[in-house]
Design a protein around this ligand. Structure first.
Ligand code: DX5
Ligand code: ZN
Length: 219
């Protein structure tokens, strides 16, 4: 059964406390925190995502799944370690080489946090293969990062199955997360491709019955 990580990117500030409570009651496995710096991607969401992370830590035990869409990865790792996340994921496109990636991976793990590596739709999936022995998760973007509510790019599904096969062939202990444009109508194709964790924002938040939606996504 897959796990669900609900993205709060599309949650309005005036509804956030109620939504945190309702999404927890609906049995999400993680809260997905989408951090954007206005440089790696056009929008800037850090301030509101810090605010939401603070609320979550104060009222909930649901683990935080932090997705850094940022250029200055180290700066934002330091920021979000303050919220004791379960995992911090950064983009392979944000680092200059393998050495820098390995330094950041080591730094996150030294701070008692799991680490993920994210891959954009236009980045070849084998670019992260050499990092798989060192990370807990690979995040395959099924949309271009930067905003919620986009259409899933179906070509990215093969990347999920390719990296899943590579993980299994090499017996790595790495899970595969898919992120972007995933909803009830297309979740089966994402699960069939091999995703272990499904990120969904508008696919859950815009639905009336969170529990029913999450239950169906997990089935
Ligand atoms: C996009 C984010 C995704 C997005 C998911 O840059 O990384 O997590 O918010 O939202 P939906 O499910 O609405 O595409
Ligand atoms: Zn995300």
């Amino acid at each position: 059964m897959v796990e669900i990580s609900t993205s709060f990117l599309s949650v309005e500030k005036e509804n956030v406390m109620k939504t945190i409570y309702n999404i927890e009651v609906a049995k999400t496995d993680f809260f997905h925190i989408d951090v954007m710096d206005g440089k790696f991607v056009e929008h800037f969401t850090n301030d509101i995502m810090e605010e939401y992370s603070g609320y979550m830590k104060s009222v909930s035990t649901v683990p935080l799944d932090v997705h850094l869409m940022v250029k200055d990865v180290k700066k934002y790792i330091d920021t979000y370690l303050n919220y004791e996340p379960n995992i911090i994921t950064f983009h392979i496109e944000a680092v200059k080489d393998k050495i820098e990636a390995l330094e950041l991976i080591k730094y996150i793990k030294e701070n008692n946090c799991k680490v993920g590596i994210a891959v954009n739709p236009d980045t070849k999936i084998d670019k992260v293969y050499e990092l798989l022995p060192y990370v807990h998760m690979v995040l395959v973007m099924t949309v271009f990062p930067g905003k919620g509510g986009q259409q899933l790019i179906t070509d990215t599904l093969k990347k999920i199955s390719d990296v899943k096969a590579y993980i299994q062939e090499n017996d790595f202990d790495v899970c595969v997360e898919a992120d972007g444009g995933i909803k009830l109508e297309n979740v089966e194709s994402v699960k069939k491709a091999g995703a272990d964790i499904i990120v969904s924002g508008t696919g859950i938040i815009k639905q009336d019955d969170y529990a029913e939606t999450i239950k169906k996504m997990k089935e």
